[in-house]
Design a protein around this ligand. Structure first.
Ligand SMILES: NC(=O)c1ccc[n+]([C@@H]2O[C@H](COP(=O)([O-])OP(=O)(O)OC[C@H]3O[C@@H](n4cnc5c(N)ncnc54)[C@H](OP(=O)(O)O)[C@@H]3O)[C@@H](O)[C@H]2O)c1
Length: 331
């Protein structure tokens, strides 16, 4: 049986990754005990970097793109996973070292497979996708490190994107005051306020200083952009605040000093959705169906598309012409 996949190749002449849609067979897929008919996958920033070659994400070629998927088990040689089960997979190397979710079928190692959590559908799981999972993992790490609403507002950067939108909504639902930072404030203020932001700001509004320690303004932060803004936020964070480091949409560099850490007890918390240990991964997905439930899924889902549309979507995402989440209906 042949099926459609978004397959990424290394162009030997340019040494750059490039993708094309092609038909393939189950036997060509990376190995695993569980064959899944993929119903949905999300388009993440990382997917766009991987498929266009604008980031070096893939560790082997050729490979199907897509770092997350939800679907129905077609066949399984593992006793605990049965045909007909609704499941999801994210991280673990999916779409990086193992054929990913931007395809009509995937073959997956049994220990990567997670049942669709109570309170969520397959579609909900992939509207959330890696972005929702990562926002939840960041919030979990902050709460585990004693972040509470009384420490002050949480600033979320890159807030109109996938991770940012979910972070704003979940934090607000948990009773935190949220300041949404967006470089596209004029366009997305209303959207972000509806998700739960008490204020929507850009860097001009914030007018942050550049000294190693500045007047504390934030209880903590969820940062998707890195670079200078992150360094400034660290210097403006209140005693014992947590800053979850997620992304590098602006810059992978961080130029700071040890002063916020040693004089204010600030913690920088690393967030790696790819490498999250499986017991924690399962518990974060459970939380997304319960105490971290997103109550604005339909407004965060800004585009539904088909596998045939992925090339156009990669470009739009990298050109910063989208917001929220794009869902791919793989069937
Ligand atoms: N650590 C992990 O496990 C993990 C997991 C998922 C994602 N990530 C990373 O987290 C970041 C966000 O991912 P995403 O899926 O939410 O991506 P996304 O949907 O593309 O959102 C990124 C947001 O960042 C802002 N942005 C984009 N380009 C920028 C630039 N040049 N300078 C400053 N801000 C810019 C934009 O928000 P505004 O226009 O509102 O400012 C954009 O909406 C990416 O860097 C991604 O690689 C990391």
């Amino acid at each position: 049986m042949s099926f459609l996949a978004c397959r990424i190749y290394l162009n030997e002449t340019t040494s750059q990754a490039e993708h094309r849609l092609e038909q393939m067979d189950i036997e060509q897929l990376s190995d695993g005990e569980v064959v899944i008919r993929v119903h949905y996958s999300g388009i993440n920033y990382k997917d766009a970097l991987a498929a266009t070659g604008r980031g070096q994400i893939l560790k082997k070629f050729p490979l199907n793109g897509g770092i997350d998927l939800a679907g129905i088990v077609e066949s399984s040689s593992h006793p605990d996973i049965k045909p007909g089960d609704e499941v999801l997979v994210n991280g673990c190397g999916l779409g990086e070292i193992h054929d990913g979710g931007l395809a009509q079928y995937a073959r997956i190692p049994a220990d990567w497979v997670i049942p669709v959590p109570t309170g969520l559908t397959m579609k909900d799981c992939m509207i959330l996708g890696t972005a929702g999972f990562t926002a939840a993992l960041a919030i979990h790490r902050m709460q585990e490190n004693h972040q509470t609403p009384d420490k002050g507002p949480i600033i979320v950067t890159g807030s109109s994107g996938g991770v940012g939108s979910f972070a704003v909504n979940i934090l607000s639902n948990l009773g935190f005051e949220v300041i949404a930072h967006s470089g596209r404030k004029e366009t997305y203020s209303e959207y972000l306020a509806d998700l739960g932001a008490s204020k929507v700001v850009d860097s001009t509004d914030l007018n942050l200083g550049k000294r190693p320690l500045e007047k504390a303004q934030f209880g903590g932060a969820i940062d998707n952009v890195g670079g200078e803004l992150l360094a400034q936020i660290i210097a403006h964070t209140n005693l014992w605040g947590n800053i979850a480091n997620i992304g590098l949409a602006d810059n992978h560099k961080l130029d700071t000093t040890v002063f916020p850490m040693i004089l204010r007890g600030i913690s920088l918390l690393g967030v790696s959705s790819t490498n999250c240990p499986m017991p924690l991964r399962k518990s974060i997905w459970q939380k997304l169906g319960q105490e971290y439930k997103v109550n604005r899924l339909s407004s965060i889902l800004t585009k539904e598309a088909k596998l045939e549309d992925v090339s156009e979507i990669f470009e739009l995402l990298l050109d910063r012409k989208l917001h929220g989440r794009v869902l791919i209906d793989c069937q």
